[in-house]
Design a binder for this molecule. Structure first.
Ligand SMILES: [Zn+2]
Length: 350
């Protein structure tokens, strides 16, 4: 993917490995002891007295808005999607791998009961015409206003390096969106959510306006043709978010109020150290949306390598399962879920 201009960098704090499901585990333990407590109450106290106390406890413990989605995201499930994509092999546009990836994404979205829309198109590339396809999973909302949560699923084609598996670049965002599909099914939001899987993000020869971002540019064209562009209220892009040493950049083209919401969500969930103030300017699938005046954010870690300040694994055979983590997928997935109601609230207030 993408060109970037690094403006300034700061030392990253070392990542701290945490349990991917701390809330679930602690809730399980709590539920166990809570159940034993209930039995003791029923033995010692009268039935009506016990029911009243239990009801009060459940009211106090009821999760707030967004909390149920926070608990929903399963890093191991997301990682199983990632593994399945990597096992397909390289997935550059118009390849057997791309076709298998498309079938996998459609199957998984359908399995979650989402309406699936496919956008096949022919792209003119420096290597000739290529068949590409965007895929959209639709989560209905209370209004026609649309929040796009996007990623790209294609992998980089480099002559002489046939085995770029794209575990992080192409795989990680796709895996998180497929797990989000499971969490968001039946989600009651003011905004309709489109989970968008873009094809053709990567350049074939040299990164530039005409050789990159094929899928997102095509989608913007269709939205303008249909007039539906006015319904798209915001765009959240996930790219390269699976690095075992997760360090999300502050991407400078991204819309400031979206960055504030996402960074606040990360802080609230205790993931603030992974969302840094390292400033980067990155051309990615959010740019065609920004050019239409649609508030957009690119959530990206452009330091993919053995240290916190290198990008050595990017577009190499090292972009494999050894260098990505279900914990990183969980962190980003939960931060996105935490951010959705706040994004909807901001849009409603405009
Ligand atoms: Zn790439």
């Amino acid at each position: 993917m993408l060109e970037h201009w690094r403006v300034r960098t700061f030392e990253c704090f070392p990542c701290i490995w945490i349990n991917p499901h701390p809330c679930k585990i602690s809730l399980d333990l709590f539920a166990n002891s809570f159940a034993k407590g209930i039995v003791r109450w029923f033995r010692k106290a009268g039935f009506i007295y016990s029911v009243a106390l239990i009801s009060a406890a459940l009211l106090i413990l009821a999760p707030g808005e967004g909390a149920s989605e926070e608990l929903c995201f399963d890093g191991s499930s997301a990682f199983s999607h990632l593994r399945a994509l990597v096992e397909i092999g390289p997935r550059p546009p118009d390849s057997p791998g791309a076709k298998k990836a498309q079938e996998y994404i459609v199957k998984e979205l359908s399995r979650q009961g989402l309406e699936v829309r496919e956008q096949p198109f022919a792209a003119h590339t420096p290597l000739g015409p290529k068949k590409m396809k965007n895929i959209i999973g639709v989560v209905p909302g209370q209004t026609k206003g649309i929040l796009v949560i996007g990623t790209h699923y294609d992998t980089k084609l480099i002559e002489g390096i046939p085995f770029i598996m794209g575990a992080n670049d192409g795989g990680s965002g796709t895996a998180v969106l497929l797990e989000l599909a499971r969490c968001l099914e039946g989600h009651d939001s003011p905004l309709t959510i489109w989970l968008v899987f873009f094809d053709g993000e990567e350049a074939f020869v040299k990164w530039g306006r005409d050789d990159s971002l094929y899928g997102s540019r095509h989608m913007i064209g269709l939205l303008n043709e249909s007039g539906e562009i006015t319904n798209v209220k915001a765009m959240v892009l996930l790219d390269m978010i699976g690095d075992s040493h997760l360090s999300i950049e502050s991407e400078m083209l991204s819309t400031p109020w979206l960055k504030r919401i996402v960074w606040a969500g990360a802080m609230k969930l205790g993931h603030g150290k992974h969302f840094t103030d390292n400033a980067c300017r990155i051309m990615d699938d959010h740019v065609p949306f920004l050019e239409q005046g649609i508030p957009s954010i690119d959530i990206i870690d452009f330091h993919y390598g053995p240290g916190s300040r290198t990008n050595e694994y990017w577009h190499t055979v090292q972009d494999n399962l050894d260098h990505v983590s279900p914990i990183s997928l969980t962190i980003v997935g939960n931060v996105v879920l935490e951010s959705i109601p706040h994004i909807a609230e901001h849009i409603a207030g405009d």
